[in-house]
Ligand binder design. Structure first.
Ligand code: ADP
Ligand code: ZN
Length: 205
């Protein structure tokens, strides 16, 4: 659920842009919680307001068409795949007003400095990403981004087991690798009660 008050404050800031200052918005939650949908929604609104928008995603995420970000519900937005935060920074045009970044958790730690630089230069930066990995551990660099962001939105999915609010991404296959890209069939949204961290596997998987 979006915090409507916090969100309307964010939208208000878009119109006022005090002293040319930028800011950082972070959208975090589990898989299927609507992070990409929310990011795409904000980017589309910025474009309706005729602001120059640039969108990036890490090259590691090859779930969908390479030149776009996509939500599980089918919303898409054109986006540039980049390997590192440094590469992202190098591609920002001088007149860009809004920068969107999806799958922030797959970037290197330099993303923190890069987003800070952009915000200091007057850019509105919106980063969406997983705040926890498949073990429920903080997924860098999202915790660091949460610390420096002006605005934070936590999105939630629906637990596929019981219908409660889901805050975890349950891996449904065996792997100790932190990064295993995929969605349907590989991960499912679970609540605190139904989530089983990898260490406690495997009975209920
Ligand atoms: P995220 O970027 O957080 O993974 P997306 O924005 O890509 O999320 O997808 C959100 C959409 O996923 C929802 O609007 C809904 O259509 C779909 N969806 C599939 N499974 C679930 C679930 N368990 N809970 C909520 N939404 C789900
Ligand atoms: Zn549950």
């Amino acid at each position: 659920m979006i915090d409507e008050l916090a969100y309307s404050n964010t939208e208000e800031r878009i119109r006022t842009r005090h002293n040319g200052a930028g800011w950082i918005e972070v959208i975090v939650g589990s898989m299927f919680s609507g992070k990409s949908e929310e990011l795409i929604r904000r980017l589309n609104r910025a474009k309706i307001a005729r602001q120059k928008v640039q969108v990036f995603k890490p090259k590691i995420d090859d779930r969908y068409a390479v030149e776009e970000i996509a939500s599980h519900s089918g919303m898409t937005h054109i986006s540039k795949p980049v390997m590192k935060a440094e590469e992202l920074l190098a591609q920002i045009d001088d007149d860009t007003e809004v920068v969107g970044i999806d799958e922030g958790q797959f970037f290197d730690m330099e993303l923190v400095e890069a987003t800070n630089d952009l915000a200091n230069r007057g850019v509105r930066v919106i980063v969406a990403g997983l705040d926890q990995d498949y073990m429920g551990k903080p997924f860098e660099p999202m915790p660091q981004l949460l610390s420096i962001a002006e605005f934070i939105t936590k999105t939630h999915a629906i637990c596929v087991k019981c219908g409660n609010t889901a805050n975890y991404s349950q891996r449904t296959f065996e792997s100790d690798a932190r990064v295993e890209v995929g969605a349907h069939g590989k991960y499912e949204a679970r609540c605190r009660t139904c989530f089983i961290p990898h260490a406690d596997k495997p009975t209920a998987l």
